[in-house]
Design a protein. Structure first.
Length: 251
């Protein structure tokens, strides 16, 4: 398992929770964003994108441009702080209070696997296969978009003639309904930077309001179903009820 960086996105408006600083809400006596940062203590560097009064020692803080510009703008701001030779990055929402180091290790191991994946073929709209480690083109994610489509025998599509196979650009968890949790994943930095550059051009120079699925379109993604012990690490808190559920799990 190689070294990796971590970018934690904490700039959301939390409209369904009255506009509170959601990542600062406590779960198990600790702010959600600190729990996420604790799951990646071995990442170098750890970058928090968003407003924060206090963060753990060694964590870099940056704001997206413009502030409140959404997860893609935030991801771009975080990636800009990584060294040119950084190979992998955990790209994480700050509202994942049940995330663990074991879960991050599972993702890193899947990204390091030598098994080739097929080239992406397009977007998807149906739930993914529950099989552990399915491979498929990037599509909907943690940002509330549609679920992902089933993989056939673990592959998104048949290999292209002439040797069209390649390793995955990233790995992420899928939930029990097959929805891809793209902001609970580990990605190759070069692939994400290329995607940021592409999308910036496509959107006329601004990433404000861009959806995660647009950033990841065309990337090859290895999907991972959580098979470890404990609550699902991809569980995100979008409502007060979600926070209460996470609090019960964290006890």
């Amino acid at each position: 398992m190689g070294t990796y960086a971590a970018v934690v996105l904490a700039g959301g408006a939390a409209r369904r929770m009255g506009g509170v600083d959601k990542p600062a809400l406590p779960v198990g006596g600790q702010p959600m964003r600190d729990r996420v940062l604790a799951a990646v203590t071995d990442a170098v560097p750890r970058v928090l994108v968003g407003a924060a009064d206090a963060v753990p020692a060694g964590v870099l803080v940056v704001r997206e441009d413009p502030p409140g510009g959404g997860p893609v703008a935030a991801a771009a701001a975080g990636l800009a702080l990584l060294d040119a030779d950084t190979g992998m990055v955990a790209l994480l929402a700050a509202d994942l209070p049940l995330l663990t180091r074991a879960a991050i290790g599972d993702l890193l191991n899947h990204l390091d696997r030598e098994t080739p994946d097929t080239e992406p073929t397009g977007d998807r709209s149906a739930p993914a296969s529950p099989a552990h480690g399915g491979l498929a083109p990037a599509s909907p994610a943690h940002d509330g978009s549609a679920p992902a489509a089933p993989a056939h025998d673990g592959l998104a599509s048949p290999p292209r003639s002439g040797g069209g196979e390649r390793g995955p650009d990233g790995v992420c968890f899928v939930d029990t309904d097959g929805r891809r949790q793209s902001l609970c994943g580990v990605w190759r930095v070069a692939a994400l930077r290329a995607a940021v550059d592409r999308l910036t051009v496509e959107r006329g120079g601004s990433l404000s309001g861009a959806p995660v699925r647009a950033l990841l379109a065309g990337l090859v993604v290895r999907e991972v179903a959580w098979s470890g012990e404990g609550p699902p690490p991809w569980f995100d808190c979008d409502t007060d009820e979600d926070v209460r559920r996470a609090e019960e799990w964290a006890r």
